[in-house]
Design a protein around this ligand. Structure first.
Ligand SMILES: Nc1ncnc2c1ncn2[C@@H]1O[C@H](COP(=O)(O)OP(=O)(O)OP(=O)(O)O)[C@@H](O)[C@H]1O
Ligand SMILES: [Mg+2]
Length: 280
């Protein structure tokens, strides 16, 4: 879809959903409580092909984390299905790697053992998990920190460890909920390039949530733009900028136009209070 086209989201064709790596079919979420109900998500349809990097952007409260919780099987949807490789996995845990919005390393574990945690939970013996993780810590900028505890590391390093922990769980689909939200601009830029390298090396299908539109365009193959009240998808946009990408692309007319298009959509669809926190 061209960035100039109107916001629209067609329901997926049945055969497309069947061949997608990950598909959400009419997934909605209504929370009930205190005699009232709240529609957090109107029916959402997503089709994600294998080895793509997809971003979800949208104002606070539009249901991004709710989508992740449903895909991860932690929250049953009110309606709809989650398909991975065409198989219905709705409500099933252990089908995707998931780095939660408030992802924490365990303070009493070393960095190496924190990175091994996901593998251990999957049943990999700790010695084997350490053998697998140790070279990756060295390769991805955490060499020399293996025996330290999280409190001794910078915010960026802790996020690297948390991301490696998520990627070492052997899952094709990886959900990353605002992994760089709390980092300063310079660290964030370094982490984005580091993540692109990891994405290239690990070959996973990544769904990434961010409030930072520039980050979404820089990293993604496709962007889903969401609006709130109720949470819904208002645009699905390909980012047809070739890889590998480096920072110089952010000033190209194509990049600037895509970023502006996303920001305009977000501002058009947001009330003044929920557009707060969206970063250009
Ligand atoms: N368990 C719950 N019970 C009731 N309402 C909930 C529950 N979980 C989420 N919500 C509501 O659903 C809406 C979507 O929440 P969600 O956390 O998915 O938003 P988000 O897009 O991830 O926001 P943010 O960008 O701030 O992380 C919000 O209005 C939230 O208050
Ligand atoms: Mg969230």
């Amino acid at each position: 879809m061209d960035v100039q086209s109107q916001p629209t989201q067609a329901p997926p064709a049945a055969n497309k959903a069947a061949t997608a790596k990950l598909a959400l079919e009419n997934v909605s979420m209504v929370f009930e409580g205190n005699g009232s109900s709240f529609t957090a998500l109107a029916p959402v349809n997503l089709d994600v092909s294998a080895n793509r990097f997809i971003s979800l952007i949208g104002p606070s409260g539009c249901g991004k984390s709710t989508i992740f919780n449903i895909v991860a099987g932690l929250q049953p949807p009110t309606t709809g299905r989650i398909l991975i490789d065409g198989v219905d996995v709705t409500g099933m845990i252990g089908q995707v790697g998931y780095m939660l919005q408030k992802d924490l390393l365990l303070p009493w574990r070393t960095i190496l053992d924190n990175v091994c945690l996901g593998m251990e939970i999957q049943g990999v013996p700790i010695a084997q998990a350490r053998d697998r993780a140790a070279p990756l810590l060295r390769q991805y900028g955490l060499g020399g920190f293996e025996k330290m505890h999280p409190s001794a590391l910078s915010g960026g390093m802790r996020q690297r460890a948390a991301l490696l922990r998520t990627l070492l769980i052997d899952m094709d689909v990886v959900l990353l909920d605002e992994p760089f939200g709390a980092l300063d601009a310079q660290t964030k830029a370094q982490m984005q390039e580091w993540l692109l390298q990891l994405f290239h090396d690990f070959g996973r299908t990544v769904i990434f949530v961010t409030h930072d539109v520039e980050e979404a365009v820089f990293l993604s193959d496709e962007i889903y733009v969401m609006a709130s009240r109720p949470g819904r998808v208002i645009e699905h946009m390909p980012v047809d900028i070739p890889r590998p990408r480096d920072r110089s692309i952010v000033s190209t007319p194509r990049f600037v136009a895509m970023k502006k298009y996303c920001l305009d959509l977000l501002h058009m669809s947001s009330s003044p209070d929920d557009s707060a926190g969206l970063a250009a």
